[in-house]
Design a binder for this molecule. Structure first.
Ligand code: HEM
Length: 438
């Protein structure tokens, strides 16, 4: 039978990398059962109101090895469209999906060429290396301001050790990337608290919780109404931000339509927030659990760039969920025939530990020369749009944390930190819920 992958089982999460190693040895593509159909959010949302079970399991072929993972992500017969291979009846359900499911369902993440090509081209300029260099001082300012605030709050609680303790996720890793996205988009400071909160409720809550459906509908309405106002404002008074670019026609005459802009903003909050929270959290825990690497970072915080790459490789936030594909033609992976209509997922975590690409793959080494070959951001046409931004955020975060707090350490034994139930586990990400530090 298929290997069961269950992100809600702490035992599975704790031993996942050993499981992947076993599966890689078995075959480049293996049958698995996703114990929770996280990828079916749209179909799930559209079924709300019926008595159908909201949480379904489904079989997927898992791509386990590096070379085949790359081949799969570059294979044009693998579709990213969740509609691919659906029966007419299922498509009928999708056509009637509720309003609140649409922005993410229509996202470029789940579109194929030529629609994907067009949408991507319209937003790509905001994420070039040059755009990132102008963002760097802004990311640094946001980082410093959050750490200043965390320090003030800790000082306010008193100087005794238990009072000085803070949760690195809550105080820093969580608010940092969402503030950066708001800043990038051009959401005015005075609106941020309200809008970021709405975005959090929409993107980060457990999308299977049927009791939240009505609330999510209302939050979507508020969020979209705000965006409409903001689009209007940026048309009148453009500034140096992404929404101003989106609402103005480009040189070639093309631009995003209204629904497309809404969908893009939802996508950026959805794809860019919790992923980055867990990059920062996973990196800090990896370092705290490897004293030799920790000592190197303390001695030279400029190693942050290598720490980002090695963390993406070693404990990437996107695990076995997050790269769903359906074959729209017969194809082959690693000599294995895969028929049209097959459901696959590329296990980025497993590919990043493939010993044929990364010698001693289970060793965490922030100066590993080939670490940048990790595919934690995917590969091919859907390769993470925000990768340059996430890298920048990770570098600024790690470097600043070690410059400011060379003595920073975990407040609990590392064994007490548990995978799962982490921030973003509701959307299948790998990370820690809390990281108490002193
Ligand atoms: C796509 C991972 C941060 C925006 C992806 C994909 C992965 C990924 C694996 C490809 C999915 C697929 O092939 O099906 C990550 C990780 C991040 C991160 C690990 C942090 C460490 C960000 C940020 C943003 C962002 C900061 C934007 C603010 C996007 C978008 C896509 C995407 C828009 C869809 C691209 C397309 O379909 O063409 N991300 N991401 N991501 N990511 Fe990220």
């Amino acid at each position: 039978g298929p290997v069961v992958l269950d992100r809600e089982n702490p035992e599975f999460l704790a031993t996942a990398y050993a499981t992947y190693a076993r599966l890689r040895e078995q075959a480049p593509v293996v049958r698995t059962l996703f114990a929770k159909g996280v990828l079916d959010t749209v179909r799930v949302d559209s079924r709300v109101g019926s008595t159908a079970d909201l949480v379904s399991s489904e079989e997927r072929l898992l791509v386990t090895r590096y070379d085949e993972a790359v081949a799969a992500l570059l294979d044009g017969s693998l579709s990213s469209d969740f509609r691919a291979g659906m029966t007419p009846q299922q498509l009928e359900g999708v056509a009637h999906m509720p309003e609140e499911a649409k922005p993410l369902a229509d996202s470029l993440i789940s579109r194929d060429p030529p629609d994907h090509t067009r949408l991507r081209k319209l937003v790509q300029p905001s994420f070039t290396a040059r755009a990132m260099e102008t963002l760097r001082p802004r990311v640094q300012r946001i980082t410093d301001a959050l750490l200043d605030k965390a320090e003030r709050e800790a000082a306010g609680r008193g100087q005794a050790a238990p009072d000085r303790q803070m949760d690195l996720i809550e105080a820093f890793a969580y608010p940092m990337p969402i503030t950066v996205i708001s800043d990038l988009l051009g959401i005015p400071e005075e609106d941020r608290e309200r809008i970021n909160h709405l975005a959090e409720l929409l993107m980060n809550t457990n999308r299977f919780d049927s009791s939240l459906v009505a609330a999510r509908r209302e939050q979507t309405r508020q969020f979209n109404a705000y965006l409409e106002e903001l689009f209007e404002r940026k048309r009148r008074e453009p500034a140096e931000d992404m929404i101003s670019q989106m609402v103005h026609t480009r040189e070639d005459g093309d631009m995003l339509g209204h629904e497309e802009m809404i969908s893009m903003v939802h996508t950026l909050f959805f794809a860019g927030h919790l992923t980055t929270v867990n990059l920062i959290g996973n990196g800090m825990v990896a370092l705290f659990s490897h004293p030799d690497q920790h000592a190197r970072m303390v001695a030279d915080p400029a190693l942050a760039k290598g720490m980002v790459e090695e963390t993406l490789r070693y404990w990437g936030p996107v695990d076995y969920i997050g790269t769903p594909r359906t074959t729209i033609a017969d194809t082959q992976l690693g000599g294995i025939s895969i028929p049209q209509g097959a459901k696959l997922s590329v296990c980025l975590s497993s590919a990043n530990r493939d010993p044929s690409r990364f010698p001693d793959p289970d060793v965490y080494d922030i100066t590993r020369p080939e670490a940048h070959r990790n595919i934690a951001f995917g590969k091919g046409i859907h390769v993470c749009l925000g990768a340059p931004l996430a890298r920048l955020e990770g570098q600024v975060a790690f470097e600043t944390l070690f410059r400011r707090y060379p003595k920073l350490r975990l407040a609990v034994p590392v064994e007490q930190l548990k995978w799962g139930a982490g921030v973003g586990s509701g959307i299948g990400l790998r990370g820690f819920a809390r990281i108490p530090v002193l």
